[in-house]
Design a protein around this ligand. Structure first.
Ligand code: SF4
Ligand code: SF4
Ligand code: SF4
Length: 250
């Protein structure tokens, strides 16, 4: 029987999500037994001249080359999964969109890579249709296995689409909003077991701002708690910029 062809690809990013997959060790051997891994740069070299039953794409679209690769991979893949925060939201690279882009590019790339054609860092969904998301920075590799299994079984993958507050309240944490902090838990996708607020840190929305969240009402509530608009804007862009909804933060 022909095995389904799987590709795991990277755009601009730290490749930490691929490392999480490599970290699966024994499970990875079982996976390799069930699928044909056609492309997986960190483990098996690059082959993008094939077609794929399932493609996992990590990284944000930050250069013209990323843009072209994303569109090419989409064309060649039956199912496309955005892998990790960079691919799902633009990730840490998207912070550049709120800074002086030219000076950031000069500081990071300097004269060493003058030929890179930069574009505003963005999630892959800005350029192509995305079938499923595996959120997180880095991803939870158990979620990767869960989604891969469901795809191989022909079952619609279960997406963790509830707010961080749900998991945080289940752990009976004292709410950081009550301590005068700005926590993005009410409007952020969870699935991380509310790891940050459980350790006293504000959620910065690394898994992405929920599509159906009411940012306007959330910002209003923060203002009523006497937070300044500049500190609210900072909270939205501290590490992960969810660009498409920034205009709602005012
Ligand atoms: S989501 Fe985080 S860990 Fe994954 S590639 Fe992006 S920066 Fe690296
Ligand atoms: S600490 Fe954050 S995640 Fe937890 S309940 Fe409060 S707002 Fe929600
Ligand atoms: S609590 Fe928020 S910032 Fe922390 S891992 Fe979860 S989604 Fe990311």
């Amino acid at each position: 029987m022909t095995k389904p062809k799987v590709g795991i690809f990277s755009l601009t990013c730290c490749e930490g999500c691929q490392i999480e997959i490599l970290d699966l060790e024994d499970v990875l051997l079982d996976i390799v037994d069930k699928v044909e891994i056609v492309s997986f740069r960190l483990a098996k070299g690059k082959n993008i001249n094939d077609n794929f039953d399932i493609a996992f794409l990590e990284g944000s679209v930050s250069t013209k080359e990323d843009m072209e690769r994303t569109m090419d991979i989409r064309k060649k893949s039956r199912v496309l999964v955005a892998l990790g925060s960079c691919a799902c939201t633009g990730g840490v690279q998207a912070v550049k969109n709120f800074q002086n882009k030219k000076s950031v590019e000069k500081a990071v790339f300097g004269a060493r890579m003058p030929d890179i054609e930069h574009v505003d860092p963005a999630p892959i969904s800005k350029y192509v249709d995305v079938d499923y998301h595996i959120r997180g920075c880095p991803i939870d590799n158990n979620e990767f296995v869960e989604i891969l299994k469901q795809l191989l079984l022909g079952v619609k993958p279960y997406q963790r689409e509830w707010a961080v507050c749900v998991e945080c309240r289940a752990k009976e944490n004292v709410c950081l909003l009550e301590k005068g902090k700005i926590c993005l838990g009410p409007i952020s996708y969870s699935g991380c077991d509310a790891v940050c607020p459980s350790n006293g840190l504000e959620c910065i929305g690394c898994r992405g701002i929920m599509d159906d969240s009411n940012i306007k009402a959330y910002v209003k509530m923060l203002k009523e708690k006497k937070h300044s608009i500049s500190s609210i804007k900072d909270a939205f862009t501290t590490i992960y910029g969810e660009n498409k909804r920034q205009s709602e933060v005012k």
